[in-house]
Design a protein around this ligand. Structure first.
Ligand code: NAG
Ligand code: NAG
Ligand code: NAG
Ligand code: NAG
Ligand code: NAG
Ligand code: NAG
Ligand code: CU
Length: 600
């Protein structure tokens, strides 16, 4: 609870902005009811949340509540100030060597943003960089009727210009674990990333919450430099130098520190595992301590127990471990998915991961042995294991209307081997000056070239989208959708045959990130219940930069009719960006670089 309010945030010693923080006066929003059936959505009554009653929340809200249909009444408002600046720091893995980084409030990862289910969250983001725009996306947050706070440059906002501050405000209609990151080019790989916790009920009991555990790949060269290399590479993406667990790790020679999680025997702990990578899948396990998995992304699931979990970029699993072993040190093992990517640390013969340390155990590395053989594959956990706690049904009739998207790629020898991913023959390249949300709000639907828009106009109507990979280079792609949790109706290799064979309509897994298997297909369904411009992209940062992205234009008439409420922040941001990055004015002293990638 340390960072719960603006006051305690200041006490944390961060950089405060020299502005008065407006207290919230958020508009009332009406949550849209799903057309899906929610048979068991009977609240657990008036019981309150505690270690033995995690299914409860308060006043009729519980783990059985369909959070797409309703959230607790507007709660408190929590406010954070984030300041993004350019600096040079030693690598966080003990390898020495300074590298340029872009940090939030001078720390890596950035501060944990924490709120309660139903709260309003206000975040003031100041761009203190000299020569880059920025914009922060709140990964997985539904942003119901607040699309202009989704933080995607060129889609829902103009980038935040150097020296300027933008205020994001949105409501926590979901609960669980997530992260936030810059959505401006590959900037998050340089450090502009942090984690989020929305406290709410849980589908299984635990005593204490150990907090977030972000896992990432780490490069000794800045991501924005590597992004340029990746776009013209004939030999695939650059190799990460290491992994970081909660922002730290040892290097290949054992210098540096592992992250340590401290526990007391006979208690149960919740750990919130998040893959915040640029390019790596990971599998994780804990010696002697199986995981009871209680969420997949923001969606609570029926608890299931496993010894190992694989996470694609952007995915989260909240797990409970029982500290019921001999008081000692145990490895939390992290294995990069070498089947689809490389990482230099895997050949160094050192344990990769973090340490679980019982109270009373020595201050040393564990000598525990692995409970499982670590996987090196890059696949999602089977949807059969990820059963949402609140059941929903997708109408089968969507099958006949599936909208197809064809994934291919092209490397252009005439443009220094510029590599682009194509959706239906076109890479997605955003125009920072002209976000598509602004286009719609101005009454136009002329989005310009490379905008890859699919239209969803039928209010609350269900849509089925079929991404089919016909790409010659077969790779797994973690596909992430904004503005919705989608229902995974089908996922597999080869080409979908158009039939309902093997598809799931009754309580399918729903989440915000799922893997498109190499050379395969992903069938995702969701209703048009959230007007906005919602991007969907591969979460491998290099691929997103190379155009593997598109957007859904959802309910233009509602947007134009004022469903978003106040648009002044969007307008102010664009005026400020236009002043900095003036269209057509070419290179100015303040603008020493051109946009060279997709922009997101
Ligand atoms: C970061 O600082 C370096 C060194 O001062 C400068 O060259 C670079 O342009 C800065 N980057 C940004 C994004 O401001
Ligand atoms: C952003 O900053 C980085 C690092 O200073 C620089 O390499 C890059 O070209 C900048 N990009 C733009 C579009 O300003
Ligand atoms: C990760 O680090 C943060 C900040 O130090 C801490 O609050 C959190 O508890 C750590 N996560 C785990 C799972 O130990
Ligand atoms: C994170 O996701 C990336 C790509 O989706 C994957 O290669 C990597 O292994 C994942 N890491 C973990 C710890 O799951
Ligand atoms: C420890 O807890 C796990 C569940 O997390 C359970 O499967 C196992 O049986 C327990 N072991 C002991 C010795 O109680
Ligand atoms: C950016 O593009 C403009 C127009 O194509 C060109 O004149 C200018 O030299 C470019 N600037 C840089 C830094 O490459
Ligand atoms: Cu990809």
């Amino acid at each position: 609870m340390l960072l719960h309010s603006f006051t305690s945030w200041l006490a944390f010693g961060s950089l405060a902005l020299g502005v008065t923080i407006p207290r919230a006066d958020p508009p009332t929003r009406v949550l849209v009811n799903r057309q899906a059936t929610s048979a068991s959505a009977v609240p657990d009554g008036a019981c309150t949340n505690g270690p033995q009653t995690r299914r409860c929340w308060s006043n009729g809200f519980s783990i059985s509540t369909d959070f797409d249909a309703k959230a607790p009444p507007d709660g408190t408002t929590v406010t954070y100030d984030l300041e993004i600046s350019n600096s040079t720091r030693p690598n966080p893995d003990g390898s020495g060597g300074n590298r340029p980084v872009m940090l939030i409030n001078q720390q890596y990862p950035g501060p944990v943003i924490r709120a309660k289910w139903g709260d309003w969250i206000i975040v003031n983001v100041k761009n203190n960089l000299q020569h880059n725009g920025t914009g922060i996306h709140w990964h997985g947050v539904r942003q119901l009727n607040t699309c202009q706070h989704d933080g995607v440059p060129g889609i829902t906002e103009c980038p935040i210009a150097p020296g300027k501050t933008r205020q994001y405000r949105f409501r926590a209609t979901q609960f669980g674990t997530s992260w936030y990151h810059s959505h401006w080019s590959a900037q998050y790989g340089d450090g502009v990333v942090g984690t989020m916790i929305i406290d709410g009920p849980a589908s299984s009991n635990y005593d204490e919450d150990l907090g977030t555990l972000p896992l990432t790949d780490w490069y000794y060269t800045p991501a924005l430099t590597l992004n340029e290399v990746a776009q013209h590479s004939l030999v695939g993406p650059p190799t990460p130098d290491n992994i970081l667990v909660n922002g730290t790790h040892v290097d290949g020679k054992g210098n540096g520190n592992y992250a340590v999680m401290k526990v007391t025997k006979n208690k149960k702990y919740r750990i919130r595992i998040i893959n915040t990578s640029v390019d790596n899948y990971f599998s994780v396990s804990m010696d002697g301590h199986p995981f009871t998995v209680i969420t997949a992304d923001f969606v609570p699931i029926k608890p299931w127990t496993t010894n190992q979990l694989t996470l694609a970029i952007g995915q989260r699993y909240d797990v409970i471990i029982s500290a019921n072993q001999t008081a000692d040190n145990y490895w939390f093992r992290v294995q990069p998915g070498t089947a689809c990517g490389r990482n230099a640390i895997t050949s160094k013969n050192i344990p990769m991961g973090a340490i679980l340390r019982y109270e009373g155990a020595a201050n040393s590395n564990p000598s525990s042995t692995a409970s499982v053989t670590m996987k090196t594959t890059c696949v999602d956990e089977p949807t059969a294991s990820l059963v949402p706690a609140v059941p929903n049904e997708v109408p089968q009739s969507v099958v006949g209307t599936a909208g197809k998207m064809d994934l291919t790629h092209f490397q252009d020898p005439a443009k220094s081997n510029l590599f682009r991913w194509y959706i239906d023959g076109s890479p997605h390249i955003v125009n920072w000056n002209d976000p598509t949300l602004e286009t719609i709000l101005s009454g136009s639907q002329d989005f310009g070239p490379n905008s890859n828009v699919k239209s969803m106009q039928q209010k609350d109507g269900w849509y089925l989208w079929w991404i089919q990979s016909s790409a010659r280079i077969q790779l797994p792609h973690p596909i992430h959708l904004h503005g919705h949790d989608f229902y995974i109706v089908g996922q597999g290799t080869g080409t979908w045959d158009g039939s309902t064979n093997g598809l799931t309509f009754n309580n399918p897994t729903r989440r915000d990130t799922a893997t498109l298997t190499p050379g395969g297909y992903l069938l995702m369904a969701f209703p048009a219940d959230n007007p906005g411009m919602w991007i969907m992209h591969c979460h491998i940062a290099w691929h997103a930069s190379q155009g593997l992205s598109m957007q859904f234009g959802e309910r233009y008439s509602d947007l134009q009719g004022g469903s978003l409420g106040d648009r002044s922040v969007l307008k102010k941001g664009c005026d400020e960006w236009d002043g900095y990055w003036a269209p057509g004015s070419g290179n100015t002293p303040d603008r020493p670089y051109n946009q060279t990638d997709s922009g997101i």
